[in-house]
Design a protein around this ligand. Structure first.
Ligand SMILES: O=P(O)(O)OC[C@H]1O[C@H](O)[C@H](O)[C@@H](O)[C@@H]1O
Length: 320
């Protein structure tokens, strides 16, 4: 049972103005100094802090908060198209639309005691329908768990009235903050096939033990396990990413040359970020009118054990 006091702390959800007093954002406050910030613009998480108030996500110091440009960093939502895997603009348009707060969302099947969450809603405007001729309701729940984990659940429903199905690709484009990219490794993707975006989406098989980084990387790993670990050796911190309904995982770091070419990304910032993205890219999702899809991502930050860099066994058990 949670104490009354704890319940009070956990129920903290605040709507306020973001950077430069412009765009609206929601702050979720959890235990001690843990928090999450979500902009209604893009339905985009831009900050996730642990109990010590340490930032766990990367947000570029050059990120602009000026629509229609997307915010560089945090967790952009890529919908209805991932990257350039289709005819739409890069990553579709959900990341540069204004979402609304969904005051009365349909119930979630699983009961959660957690009070620190917000429900957002995106529906197409008439202009959007000209770009992508479909009607949908996209519901996004962002929740800060009792243990400080960040959970994103997307529910996308086809509301077409013309009887037509639609297909889409999707990603939670999560930018993890890391101390030094050269000291990071990703476990859980070894021996898998991937499409290499740097080589015309050609298919390869991962050979290495774990993924380490020494140059630009832009890959879509296919049919991955539901759990992926990102080990930040220098900080002795491990991010655990768990996902459901999202078979693929994108790994991206632009490295020095591409970093310099991006106006909203610092020249040296590639050293301190890594994108590992729960995604559905290879096989698009198709929904008939009335059908709904769900895709969920849960991320946690746990201490790495000292010598081996493996997941701390105590905490790892919690994530099963
Ligand atoms: O610059 P953006 O449109 O935000 O895309 C940033 C990156 O996102 C993904 O990770 C893609 O795999 C990359 O190819 C792309 O460069």
């Amino acid at each position: 049972m949670m104490s009354k006091e704890m319940e009070k702390v956990m129920s903290c959800v605040e709507l306020c103005k973001g950077v430069n007093g412009g765009l609206d954002k929601v702050i979720l406050r959890g235990h001690r100094r843990s928090s999450v910030q979500v902009y209604l613009y893009g339905g985009q998480v831009t900050s996730w802090k642990n109990e010590l108030g340490e930032e766990l996500l990367f947000l570029s110091s050059k990120a602009t908060f000026n629509p229609p440009k997307a915010i560089r960093g945090g967790i952009p939502i890529c919908f209805p198209q991932f990257s350039n895997h289709g005819p739409l603009e890069s990553h579709g348009f959900a990341r540069n639309r204004l979402w609304s707060i969904d005051a009365d969302p349909p119930p979630f099947p699983t009961h959660s005691p957690n009070k620190a969450f917000v429900d957002l809603l995106l529906m197409p405007s008439d202009e959007d329908v000209k770009i992508w001729p479909h009607r949908y309701e996209f519901r996004l729940r962002v929740a800060l768990g009792l243990g400080g984990d960040l959970m994103l659940t997307s529910r996308i429903r086809n509301t077409n009235t013309d009887g037509k199905p639609f297909s889409f690709t999707f990603a939670y484009h999560t930018h993890f903050a890391v101390t030094d990219i050269c000291e990071v490794r990703v476990e859980g993707l070894e021996t898998l096939d991937y499409l290499d975006n740097l080589k015309n989406k050609e298919r390869f098989t991962e050979q290495g033990d774990a993924i380490t980084f020494e140059s630009e990387i832009d890959r879509v790993y296919l049919s991955t396990p539901t759990k992926i670990a990102i080990l930040d050796h220098e900080r002795k911190r491990t991010f655990v990413l768990r996902k459901d309904g999202l078979p693929d995982a994108v790994v991206w770091n632009p490295w020095d040359k591409k970093a310099k070419a991006m106006p909203d990304f610092g020249d040296e910032e590639y050293k301190h970020m890594l994108c590992v993205e729960a995604a559905c890219v290879e096989k698009p999702i198709t929904l008939k009118p009335g059908e709904e899809w769900r895709g969920r991502q849960e991320i946690s930050a746990v201490p790495s054990s000292y010598c081996s860099g493996q997941l701390d066994p105590q905490r790892a058990m919690l994530f099963g």
